[in-house]
Design a protein around this ligand. Structure first.
Ligand SMILES: Cc1ncc(COP(=O)(O)O)c(C=O)c1O
Length: 482
């Protein structure tokens, strides 16, 4: 039973009108039901509460409700209250017709959200099954119960100051980012950070270099400004900076994932990093560094952020809690060069003012009380195990059919498929079997697309990874020998 809270629907009630009170209430509710403002199964306020709200006696309210019950718009459920009837007779539920003959009730054909679920190989999923939900829940309850009233008002568009402090110390220590808390801007995930960069730094007709293959989310976000994206090939050292430097058309921005290139997993070499920084300095361009999952490395030592090597303030650093905690949190952050902070904060304020305070408070405690560091430590060994399970199962079931590329970091790996096997077809068939792979070809923006698969290993247990690899092998074999 849907028991939506009994909120008072808007009633055009006028105590000075000559229309009787009961009739105003009856008409108001009937119209709200027919127009869909009150939905089937929705609970109504009690007659007593409604009378108090309207500052009238209860009698006209009782009369109006009785009439609506009698006509079949409402139904009473013993002990539970009065509800909009689940099955309103057809002749009653016809849309209202306005004077010009058009219907008042428009059926909205919204694009339905189709979740890709949390099946094995889904990219971008951390180990949600290992998240310390009890600790998190305790912190949410702590702040939810005792939210000081001043924190219920509008907050700082740059973010809750103690959270900015905590993030600044984390990225300085863990990522060798060079920053002060005043440069930290809290946003709703990296996606908002990328959109802000597009709006702040690009205008229609400008060009922006992106990695090819690259992260489709970045491509989409950067295009909101009307800028043109120029795909630049990625090789075993990262984005090809010589190509960027030799372009005749000047671009104002380059978007890169230097720690763990998405999707190929390459770490940008030190010499490439220096070349890219040099290009940005010479041409007064901006580098957007998306450091989305750098926390996890398995064999080699983590590389510091590109931002920490920048001596000319040309790098905008973007981090997110989507991979280290969970994506539904929707908290990310940017480290902005000092001269740009003011304009980014104003722009962020113009979009959605600020991020929800409650989760900023919870996250601050999660970081400052050591839960975050402990979680990261635990997750490193969990992901190491899942990565090994993935590599071994792919080797066992797929051998040279899908050789994973760069398996040293992050929560996913990529591999190329043999000629003639179309990745989208593999993905389609695997999805039917509950395995959620991503087609590598969907990450290319240039002409030259390669067929391959991007496989996430963060979100599934070792056992499920092994089973999914065997299923994937069967799908690929069935296409191979058609
Ligand atoms: C390259 C890259 N950047 C950023 C993100 C995370 O985005 P958000 O912080 O908006 O959840 C992802 C997630 O899949 C990603 O793959």
């Amino acid at each position: 039973m849907r028991t939506a809270a009994a909120i008072f629907p808007y009633l055009a009630f006028d105590p000075r009108s000559r229309v009787p009170f009961y009739k105003q209430i009856y008409d108001g509710y009937r119209e709200a039901i027919l127009a869909g403002r009150l939905r089937r199964g929705q609970r109504l306020p009690s007659t007593r509460a409604l009378a108090a709200e309207l500052k009238i006696s209860r009698l006209p309210v009782l009369n109006a409700f009785e009439q609506l019950l009698h006509e079949g718009y409402l139904e009473g459920k013993a002990g539970a209250g009065t509800f909009v009837r689940d099955s309103i007779p057809d002749e009653l539920s016809k849309p209202l017709v306005v004077k010009d003959g058009r219907t008042k009730v428009r059926r909205i054909a919204a694009a339905a959200f189709v979740s890709e679920g949390i099946g094995p190989f889904r990219v971008s999923l951390p180990a949600l099954d290992r998240f310390p939900r009890e600790i998190w829940g305790r912190l949410v309850a702590r702040h939810g119960k005792r939210l000081p009233i001043e924190l219920m008002a509008y907050g700082d568009p740059a973010g809750h100051a103690p959270l900015r402090e905590a993030i600044a110390s984390y990225v300085r220590a863990a990522r060798a980012v060079n920053c002060e808390a005043a440069q930290v801007l809290i946003v709703s995930g990296s996606q908002m950070a990328l959109q802000l960069c597009a709006l702040a730094l690009l205008k229609p007709g400008d060009s922006v270099f992106i990695e090819d293959p690259g992260y489709p989310g970045a491509r989409d976000a950067l295009q909101v400004s009307g800028a043109k994206v120029i795909p630049v090939q990625v090789d075993s050292e990262g984005i090809d900076v010589a190509r960027i430097a030799s372009q005749r058309k000047r671009a104002r921005v380059a978007y890169v994932t230097p720690s763990h290139q998405y999707p190929l997993g390459v770490s940008m070499t030190a010499s490439r990093r220096l070349e890219l920084l040099d290009w940005a300095r010479r041409t007064q361009s901006w580098i957007l560094e998306d450091d989305y999952d750098s926390e996890y490395r398995y064999a080699s030592r983590p590389l510091g952020a590109l931002q920490g090597m920048d001596t000319s303030d040309r790098v905008i650093y973007i981090g997110t809690f989507s991979k280290v905690l969970f994506p539904a949190l929707r908290v990310g952050y940017m480290i902005i060069p000092p001269d740009l902070v003011g304009s980014f904060v104003r722009l962020r304020e113009s979009l959605d003012i600020f991020s929800p305070t409650l989760y900023q408070l919870v996250l601050t405690d999660f970081l400052n009380e050591g839960h975050f560091a402990r979680h990261l430590r635990r997750m490193r060994s969990v992901y190491h195990g899942r990565r090994d399970a993935m590599v071994h199962s792919l080797e066992k079931h797929l051998g040279s059919t899908l050789e994973p590329y760069n398996t040293d970091a992050g929560l996913h790996l990529s591999g190329f498929l043999p000629r003639g096997i179309e990745d989208r077809e593999v993905v389609r068939r695997a999805a039917q079997a509950g395995v959620v792979a991503t087609a590598l070809s969907s990450c290319y923006a240039g002409e030259h697309r390669r067929s391959g698969l991007i496989l996430g290993f963060g979100g599934a247990s070792e056992r499920r990874i092994q089973a999914a690899a065997s299923m994937l092998a069967r799908v690929i074999e069935s296409l191979r020998f058609r």
